[in-house]
Design a protein around this ligand. Structure first.
Ligand code: 13P
Length: 273
């Protein structure tokens, strides 16, 4: 029974979020603004998702996506069929005895086209390590999901001067071995101390980190490393988005709190256009 179900799911593939050509080129990648709803949202919020999807159509120069709680994915995807809906985590295994977990094929089956992996809240609360994050990213990409892979340092590490070294080590440990042509990998730099705090690194600090991430991506992936969009995340708002988007190698944002309401989120999308 389980095997038959697994076999039928094995054929499921997500539609690609974007082809490399659509994403632009190494000189200027099209910006991606993705919302991470975290553990927020009920069926009564589907109307807000519809409002965000509708308003996003006014900004064709920006890719917009929402990563919603797993239980809302199917309803959201049905409500906004042309708009990319994603998950916030995925299990590395195809199926099996993993109580409470969700596989890549299940996300796709529900209508997701992308997923976040390695968010610092999961690295912290669920004790996820780099190897596990890499396995999750590889499982998702192999099934046809695009992936937003998160990295970021704690305040303690930033104050000790080890931010770049720590983030590059996370990247080394969690970056998938190879990319697939039809799915996208994006990296989100999210300093843990900037998440939900209203604190944001200086534009110089963001520029330094994103340049270091870009160099490491090119070192590891060759020319494909130039096509990986590097998002900034942590207290992005309508009021600071334009300044952040102007920083070299910032190819978009991963937005938490300000993605929950269209009135807060769309100004960020507008700033990316
Ligand atoms: P905030 O935008 O609420 O700071 O959250 C950032 C984040 O963690 C997105 O994944």
């Amino acid at each position: 029974m389980v095997d038959a179900l697994g076999a039928s799911l094995a054929g499921i593939k997500a539609a690609p979020l974007l082809t490399p050509q659509d994403r632009g080129n190494s000189v200027a990648l099209k910006k991606l603004v993705a919302g991470n709803w975290k553990m927020n949202g009920l069926s009564s919020d589907i109307a807000e998702i519809q409002a965000i999807a509708a308003a996003s159509r006014d900004f064709p120069g920006v890719d917009v996506a929402l990563c919603v709680p797993a239980i809302l994915i199917e309803r959201a995807a049905r409500a906004v069929p042309a708009f990319p809906i994603g998950g916030q985590d995925v299990h590395h295994a195809e199926k099996g005895a993993h109580t409470g977990c969700i596989s890549a094929q299940m996300l796709i089956d529900a209508g997701a086209v992308l997923t976040i992996v390695g968010h610092s809240e999961r690295r912290d609360a669920q004790r996820e390590n780099d190897a596990e994050v890499r396995a999750k990213a590889e499982a998702a990409l192999a099934c046809g999901l695009s992936v937003i892979l998160c990295v970021g340092e704690s305040l303690e590490i930033r104050e000790k001067g080890g931010a770049i070294q720590t983030v590059l080590a996370q990247l080394d440990g969690s970056l998938p071995g190879q990319l697939a042509a039809e799915t996208e990998l994006a990296v989100a730099y999210e300093p843990v101390w900037a998440i939900g705090t209203g604190k944001v690194p200086t534009t110089d600090e963001i520029a330094q980190m994103h340049a270091a991430i870009r160099d490491r991506l090119v070192e590891r992936l060759g020319p494909q490393g130039k096509e990986v969009r590097i998002l900034y995340g942590g207290s992005v708002k309508g009021s600071n988005a334009a300044e952040i988007f102007a920083v070299p190698n910032v190819d978009g944002a991963l937005v938490g709190g300000a993605s929950l309401k269209m009135a807060d989120f769309i100004p960020i999308v507008a700033a990316a256009q």
